[in-house]
Each structure stands twice: as structure tokens, then as C-alpha cells.
Design a protein around this ligand. Structure first.
Ligand SMILES: [Zn+2]
Ligand SMILES: [Zn+2]
Ligand SMILES: [Zn+2]
Length: 145
């Protein structure tokens, strides 16, 4: 079945110099279709019949390197990844945005719409990367009560 997101996934793979394979399309489509960040176990659950762990790990690594997904900070320490909605490339990721983690469902979302603050480095410090994780209740969980 060809859907818009698998079409988009195919294009993105080509644009980011990745060989287009059915399994890569499926993995990337899974990111495009999910609003929230995904962990490797999430992907294994949904794609485990097609991917073994090593292949999945390699697929994630190549997506990260090519600027298709980015790592999302997490208070529990489990690595999560989210689709890069900006023009990230293998040279540079442009994902300076705030992440939001819901205390109820545990999902993490990219909040691209919020302005990202820039902090002045205190004397003697060099900032390399800024991660901001806000915790609270997401719109889906809010809608339940
Ligand atoms: Zn990125
Ligand atoms: Zn939630
Ligand atoms: Zn993000």
C-alpha cells in the first residue's frame, strides 16, 4: 500500500543519500507517522517482524548520521529519537527546539513552535549543545479528563 508518508519517506531517503529499501521506508514512515519520539523498543514492537535488532540499530544510526532523525533528551535515560522536521543534513542537524515529556503517557514531543532560548555562557564555559526538556501533561492526556 502506497501512502503519502511512505512516498515522503522514499523521497527523504533519496535526498539524504540513503539507499532506498523497503525496510528503511517502513522505519522512516513510522517516524513520520508518529507525533512523538520513539525508542528502539517501540520500533522493535512495531517492526520486529521485519527487522532484527542489529539491522534496526544500524538503520537508526544511519538515519541519525544523515539528518533524518535526532536524539531526544529523556529523564529516564532511555534513548529516544524523533523525526527531524527541519532541513537537517549529514553535515548539520538544526534541531534546537524544546522537547516536552508527558508525565501521564510518557510520550515526548518536539515543540518546534516555541522560541528556543539562547543562553550566554558563564565565563570559562563553552556550550556545545543545549537540551531543554519540559515535563507536564500533553494535549491527548488533557483531553481525557
Ligand atoms: Zn535533525
Ligand atoms: Zn500524555
Ligand atoms: Zn525534537
Amino acid at each position: 500500500m502506497v501512502t503519502n508518508s511512505s512516498h515522503r519517506a522514499e523521497h527523504l531517503l533519496q535526498e539524504h543519500d540513503l539507499r532506498v529499501t523497503a525496510s528503511r521506508i517502513r522505519a522512516l514512515k513510522f517516524f513520520i507517522d508518529n507525533e512523538h519520539a520513539l525508542s528502539q523498543p517501540d520500533l522493535e514492537k512495531s517492526l520486529g517482524d521485519e527487522f532484527d535488532r542489529v539491522t534496526l540499530y544500524r538503520t537508526l544510526t544511519s538515519f541519525l548520521e544523515k539528518g533524518l532523525i535526532h536524539k531526544v533528551p529523556d529523564d529516564a535515560g532511555a534513548a529516544r529519537y524523533a523525526f527531524c522536521s527541519h532541513d537537517c543534513t549529514s553535515e548539520a542537524h538544526q534541531d534546537e527546539h524544546i522537547h516536552f515529556k508527558c508525565n501521564i503517557c510518557g510520550n515526548t514531543n518536539c515543540l518546534d513552535e516555541l522560541p528556543f532560548p539562547h543562553f550566554k555562557e558563564p565565563e570559562g564555559y563553552t556550550f556545545i549543545q543545549t537540551n531543554i526538556l519540559i515535563q507536564g501533561i500533553c494535549k491527548n492526556c488533557r483531553a481525557i479528563d
